[in-house]
Each structure stands twice: as structure tokens, then as C-alpha cells.
Design a protein around this ligand. Structure first.
Ligand code: NDP
Length: 449
């Protein structure tokens, strides 16, 4: 039998050689491929069909110029991207990120993750990701609109309800999706509601989409804890971030009776021993687009600390990184473990570094990996596409019930495959294996395309 570990190493080397300057992409490919060796051993046909070599190469990548004019009349030029990674299971699907750190390595890592995450949902969506190095922070509504219109003027050629369906991500929320949709509609002269998800409810967005990633994370974590007889009630929870994912993770954790004591933005974190006042966070971040620092000015027991890393030094039972990639490293993992953390659930994409994950697993911390635990957002986006196809809108409760069922199913698949192929609590391997097998089988069925 061929040595599948060697095969995986060869593919990793190939990726590094082809794209030496893409560390984030290398990391995610390594994380997935090293956990699927037992499946490759049982299914040598995947190696013969060069499934891994095909999966690590995007089906298509477009990069483009995005010129726009600010309120003072000055012209700026940003770079736009769309990575169409894999369409085996359905149209490319994945968010757009507007953040100065955006580059091809980050978008390829996110697109690669998205392929497997989307497969886990059990819904008909392939994987993609896109965005720009544009920074919406500090820009006026008019400037954001101008940028979105210019971005869509090019992107329109590459997307469509049955081709590629973008959504939001960091820096792209309801406002940006609105401007992007308006421009798409204007150029195409057609009301293709299903071309973008995360739309406003008044123009065919799905109820519960805003809440879905954060709620879904908590549904997943609850399934994982229930299986071990651990109750979320009265547990102390540390959350990072104060954006879409973090806010609705806090909301659901609180509704389960947990006490959330932190949240953060890219400048620093707040610790509130009385429990985070979510209405105040929503007011600061969603209404005023302000900084989390302001929270401490109105909450007398709360402390504000400059810098984000310190959030992991707060003693807790459960940690939920919900801000960005690589925000929780080995040092942070060591402090969390020393402070008695029982479970970690990833709301952001790849927030824990590979050595941090390994450390959690060595120390028997229950670990819910991003591609499974935060799949509720994209799953609900697929439900939005379904509603758009039938030109109907479901109730909040209907969507939320479906989301709960999807998260339970993802947990059960990951657990079953962990028990079959790896350590029974290794949900990283379990989720990767579930997703890989689905995508690989469909690629085999489609032949060499
Ligand atoms: P938002 O833009 O709404 O919020 C992001 C939050 O993280 C903000 O509080 C932001 O602070 C903080 N942040 C951003 N970059 C950094 C950084 N470099 N260091 C520290 N903090 C940072 O994004 P989302 O909540 O939508 O996304 C958060 C994460 O969840 C991302 O990894 C995203 O890919 C992932 N995700 C999102 C989904 C969704 O449905 N929205 C679905 C699945 C995954 P600041 O305001 O200072 O920028």
C-alpha cells in the first residue's frame, strides 16, 4: 500500500513550493491533510485520481483593480479578489472581507476552509472567498458606497445565483451587502435575490442570518458539552471580538445561563466581572460603530485593557475566540489551561494556531474547530438561497430550528468520524474527515474536471 503520510507530505511540499509566500494557506492545508491520512489509506482511489493535488489548487482566482473617490475628491486604488476554490457540491459560496490585512494567502486559506465547512452543512454549496485590502473603518457611508459600487462593477462578471454567491465577513455587514446588491442589480438589470446572502430582511434576506454564526457556535458547543455531562449554566465564558459573530455568541451564551465576562476589538478588551451588558455592546458596535473602550466609561466595575492578547489571561471555563485568525497562540493556550479552561469553541476562522490546538488536545480541553463550530452562518446563508429560490421568507423560529438541527448534525458527524478514525474527542480530525470524504466522492463522480 502506498505510504499516505508521504503522499500528504509531498502535496504539502508542492503547495509550499508553488506559493512560498502564503503561510496562512500552508497552515490550513496542513491542518486538513494531516488529519485525513486514515481515510486515504482506506481509499487509495483518491490518490490515483490526484484528489489532493486538485483540491489545493483553486478552480479560478480573479484579482482586480478597485478605484474609488473619497469625500474630498481624492482618488484611491485598492485591490479586489475572488477565490473560487471548489464547486463540486454547489455554486461557490463564501464571504467577502474588507480589511487592510487582506491578501491572497489569507483568502486562499479562508476559501479552502470554506469548501470543507460548506460540505459539513449538508447543503448544496461549494467554497469560495473574496474581499479587498480596503479599510471601512473611519470612512463615511458615502465612501463605503463608492467603494462597494466600484468593487461590484468588476465582481459582477464572476458571480450569479447559480455560479458564485458571496456574503459578508470581517468589515462587510448589512450596509456593505446593501450597496453591493444595489450595484449588481443596476448593472444586471435583474432582481437576482440569490446572488448575495446576508441581505436586509426587507429585500429577501433571511431572518436569523445575522444571529446565525454566533448562535450556531453555541449550539455546537452545547452539543459537545452535553455529551460530557457539562452544563453551560453558570459557566464563566471569555469571548474575543465585538463584531457580528461575537455579539450573537454572547447573546446565546447568556440565554443558556452562562456568564460572559469579556469582549474585545482590535485595540483592546473589556473585562466586566458583573457580566457583559450586551445591549451596551450592541449600541457601541452596531449602532455607533464606536470602539469597545467606551464600554468601560459607562460600566463602573468594568476594566479596559489595551491590546487584544490579554483577553486569554482572564480565568474562565469556556473560551470563544470570535475575532480573527491566529488570535489565540500557544502562550495564550498555556495560560487558559493553567486557569482551568474546560472547552474552547472557535467562532472566528482559524483563530487558534496549530500548536495551540495541539496543546488543548494534549491537555484534554474539549475543542470545537471553526469549520464545524462556525458553520451556522454559511448554513443559514444556504437557507437564504433556498428561500430566494422559492421566493418566500421563513419565520425566525423556522430558520433557527433548522440551524439547531444542522449544528447537531455537524457535531454528530464529526464525533462519529473522530471515534472511527482518530481519538474519540478529536473533533478537528472528525470534522475534516467528514467533509473531505463528501467533497472527494463528488469530485470522483464528476470525473476529471
Ligand atoms: P466583524 O467585522 O463583524 O467583527 C470582527 C471583530 O474582530 C471586531 O470586533 C474587530 O475589531 C475584531 N478584529 C478584526 N481584526 C482583528 C485583528 N486583526 N485583531 C484583533 N481583533 C480583530 O466580523 P465577524 O464577526 O463577521 O467575523 C469574525 C470572525 O468570524 C472572522 O474570522 C470571520 O471570518 C469569522 N466568521 C464570520 C462569519 C459571519 O457570518 N460573519 C461566519 C463564519 C466565520 P475592530 O472593530 O477593531 O476591527
Amino acid at each position: 500500500m502506498a505510504d499516505m503520510k508521504q503522499y500528504v507530505n509531498d502535496v504539502l511540499e508542492l503547495v509550499k513550493k508553488r506559493d512560498p509566500n502564503e503561510p496562512e494557506f500552508h497552515n490550513t492545508v496542513k491542518e486538513v491533510l494531516t488529519t485525513i491520512v486514515p481515510v486515504l489509506e482506506k481509499n487509495p482511489q483518491f490518490k490515483d485520481a490526484k484528489i489532493l493535488e486538485r483540491m489545493v489548487e483553486a478552480e479560478r482566482i480573479v484579482t482586480f483593480r478597485v478605484p474609488w473617490q473619497d469625500d474630498k475628491g481624492e482618488i484611491h486604488v485598492n485591490r479586489g479578489f475572488r477565490v473560487q476554490m471548489n464547486s463540486a457540491i454547489g455554486p461557490y459560496k463564501g464571504g467577502l472581507r474588507f480589511h487592510p490585512s487582506v491578501n491572497l494567502s489569507i483568502l486562499k486559506f479562508l476559501a479552502f476552509e470554506q469548501v470543507f465547512k460548506n460540505a459539513l452543512t449538508g447543503l448544496p454549496i461549494g467554497g469560495g472567498k473574496g474581499g479587498s485590502d480596503f479599510d471601512p473603518k473611519g470612512k463615511s457611508d458615502n465612501e463605503v458606497m463608492k467603494f462597494c459600487q466600484s468593487f461590484m462593477t468588476e465582481l459582477v462578471r464572476h458571480i450569479g445565483p447559480n455560479v458564485d454567491v458571496p456574503a459578508g465577513d470581517i468589515g462587510v455587514g448589512g450596509r456593505e451587502i446593501g450597496y453591493l446588491f444595489g450595484q449588481y442589480k443596476s448593472i444586471r438589470d435583474a432582481y437576482d435575490a440569490g446572488v448575495l446572502t446576508g441581505k436586509g430582511v426587507q429585500y429577501w434576506g433571511s431572518l436569523a442570518r445575522t444571529e446565525a454564526t454566533g448562535y450556531g457556535l453555541l449550539y455546537f458547543v452545547k452539543n459537545m458539552l452535553d455529551a460530557k455531562g457539562i452544563d453551560l449554566k453558570d459557566k464563566t465564558v471569555v469571548v474575543s471580538g465585538a463584531g457580528n459573530v461575537a455579539i450573537y455568541a454572547i447573546e446565546k451564551a447568556q440565554s443558556f445561563g452562562a456568564k460572559v465576562v469579556t469582549c474585545s476589538d482590535s485595540n483592546g478588551y473589556v473585562y466586566d466581572p458583573d457580566g457583559i451588558d450586551l445591549a451596551a455592546v450592541k449600541e457601541i458596535k452596531e449602532v455607533r460603530r464606536g470602539r469597545i473602550k467606551e464600554y468601560a466609561e459607562t460600566h463602573k466595575n468594568a476594566e479596559y485593557h489595551e491590546g487584544c492578547k490579554g483577553v486569554w489571561t482572564v480565568k474562565c471555563d469556556i473560551a470563544l475566540p470570535c475575532a480573527t485568525q491566529s488570535e489565540l497562540d500557544l502562550d495564550a493556550a498555556k495560560v487558559l489551561v493553567a486557569n482551568g479552561v474546560k472547552a474552547v469553541g472557535e467562532g472566528a476562522n482559524m483563530p487558534s494556531t496549530l500548536d495551540a490546538i495541539e496543546y488543548f488536545q494534549q491537555n484534554k480541553v474539549l475543542f470545537a474547530p471553526a469549520k464545524a463550530a462556525n458553520a451556522g452562518g454559511v448554513a443559514t446563508s444556504a437557507l437564504e438561497m433556498a428561500q430566494n429560490s422559492e421566493r418566500l421568507q421563513w419565520t425566525f423560529e423556522e430558520v433557527d430550528e433548522k440551524l439547531k438541527g444542522i449544528m447537531k448534525n455537524i457535531y454528530e458527524q464529526a464525533k462519529k468520524n473522530a471515534e472511527t478514525y482518530a481519538d474519540p474527542d478529536d473533533l478537528v480530525a472528525g470534522a475534516n474527515i467528514s467533509a473531505f470524504v463528501k467533497v472527494a466522492n463528488v469530485m470522483m463522480a464528476h470525473g476529471l474536471v
